[in-house]
Design a protein around this ligand. Structure first.
Ligand code: ATP
Length: 422
């Protein structure tokens, strides 16, 4: 039996992974052992998300389960969901879905198609309801029931690329309090295990970036390419507060699963995409360093943005008209700009600066006589025409490579360069 959960938390607390863990702990008490749980991130641009737009699912072998036992499972899941979901928040619209193994197997293509849409574009509750009926799922929806989108989409994740996250949960009395972790132990661990595990620290700013900031139950999350590496990392970190429990999730984080190649004319609001084009206007910078420029791919033009908190704003500001780029990112709510997660420089335009000629007799730089009036040597008074001007190529301070944001500013789904070789 596959069980999926979504939209249980609010910015004031809770987390769907925590609810998943509570359910799995309860199952263990009654000798029901589930496979490794899954945390599937969906489109980061959709307006309904609380934080990282994550949904969870897990599987229990239902071969030898009696009807009574299946009923008991549903009761546990629904009771805990009702007990812990943040119903009071107007943006919390929980759902959970139960799907038996047979229906999962025969309908995986439908689920996978829906996942591919939900990780990259906007879906409706109606679309999800229709799929739920088609695949014989049992869905429970609360309030407007939007959580059903995430529940069905996460079940369709194919994990063609995957990572793991070891989540460490706090004891209830610490919820909302400052997170207490020995900083240096994390840096030591990073020195030993990066790039097997990543996004734990920001070296430039010498700070930890693997902790959320809100009132949720998570102390921190260790992300990595294997179960072994996240376990090893955990064993090396010193925690200065009590840990309630830990759990490893299989995830689609850091795989770029959300980015679909699109033409600019195909871009819709909330899309996550990869577009390629030519810079058609030199970048402009506004307050806080936010940098905007326009690109065209022949089908349409679009304004692209690199925001002030990341180093990408400096990369973007150094682009010039004529540069060819591939941009990884998406369009967030109510903005007609493409927010950049990564910039790949495909081709750099040559830029030149004008220089006055050197006098052939005196070897000193000649003076301009005014616009289009040529040049004169102030020593020997030799005159040269305007076309004696020299065009000197200016070296570009960008390379033909991919530039990414620094750890701590990355989206959960964004694949970091250190994972490119995998
Ligand atoms: P957290 O990461 O802390 O668990 P969250 O950021 O995942 O929180 P949710 O509370 O899950 O946020 O809210 C996201 C809502 O958006 C859910 O109801 C989910 O079903 C819905 N949703 C997810 N992806 C899409 C999509 N592509 N189109 C429309 N709705 C979506």
């Amino acid at each position: 039996m596959f069980i999926a959960l979504d939209d249980t938390d609010s910015t004031e607390g809770m987390c769907t992974t925590y609810l998943t863990c509570l359910i799995l702990r309860k199952f263990k008490e009654i000798n029901l052992i589930a496979d490794i749980p899954n945390l599937v991130r969906l489109n980061p641009n959709i307006p309904y998300k609380t934080r990282g737009n994550g949904a969870c699912w897990f599987h229990i072998d239902d071969n030898n389960l009696s009807g009574e036992r299946k009923k008991e499972i549903k009761t546990i899941v629904l009771d805990l969901l009702k007990k812990y979901s943040r119903f009071e928040d107007e943006n919390t619209n929980p759902a959970c879905v139960f799907l038996d193994d047979e229906n999962f197997k025969i309908n995986f293509e439908i689920l996978n198609k829906f996942y591919k849409k939900a990780v990259s574009e906007l879906c409706t509750i109606e679309e999800a309801d229709e799929i739920s009926g088609k695949i014989n799922a049992t869905a429970y929806k609360f309030k407007n029931g939007r959580g059903i989108v995430g529940c069905l989409a996460c079940l369709g994740c194919d994990f063609s690329d995957l990572t793991y996250e070891l989540l460490i949960y706090r004891t209830e009395e610490n919820f909302g309090k400052e997170r207490m972790i020995d900083e240096e132990s994390v840096f030591e661990m990073h020195k030993l295990l990066y790039p097997g595990t990543y996004d734990n620290v920001n070296e430039e700013e010498h700070k930890l970036v693997f902790m959320p900031h809100g009132k949720d139950p998570i102390l921190c999350g260790i992300r990595g390419n294997s179960i072994e590496v996240v376990n090893k990392a955990f064993s090396l970190i010193k925690f200065n507060e009590e840990i309630s429990f830990t759990r490893i999730f299989r995830t689609n984080q850091h795989t770029d699963a959300h980015l679909m190649f699109k033409k600019i004319s195909e871009l819709k609001q909330y899309d996550a995409a990869i577009v390629a084009g030519t810079v058609i206007e030199n970048p402009k910078r506004i307050a806080k360093g936010h940098t905007f420029f326009k690109i065209s791919d022949g089908t349409a033009t679009f304004t692209c943005a690199a925001y002030g908190v990341t180093r990408l704003k400096n990369i973007a500001f150094n682009l010039v008209k004529g540069d060819k780029v591939r941009l990884y990112g998406g369009i967030e709510s109510h903005k007609d700009t493409f927010n950049i997660e990564k910039i790949e420089i495909l081709e750099l335009a040559k830029i030149y600066k004008k220089e006055n000629p050197v006098c052939p007799n005196c070897k000193i730089r000649m003076k301009s006589e005014g616009t289009n009036k040529g040049f004169q040597c102030k020593n020997c008074k030799l005159r040269l025409k305007n076309d004696a001007v020299k065009f000197i190529e200016v070296p570009r301070n960008l390379k033909q490579e991919i530039y990414e944001v620094e750890p701590g500013h990355r989206r959960h789904l964004s694949k970091q360069l250190c994972r490119y070789k995998i």
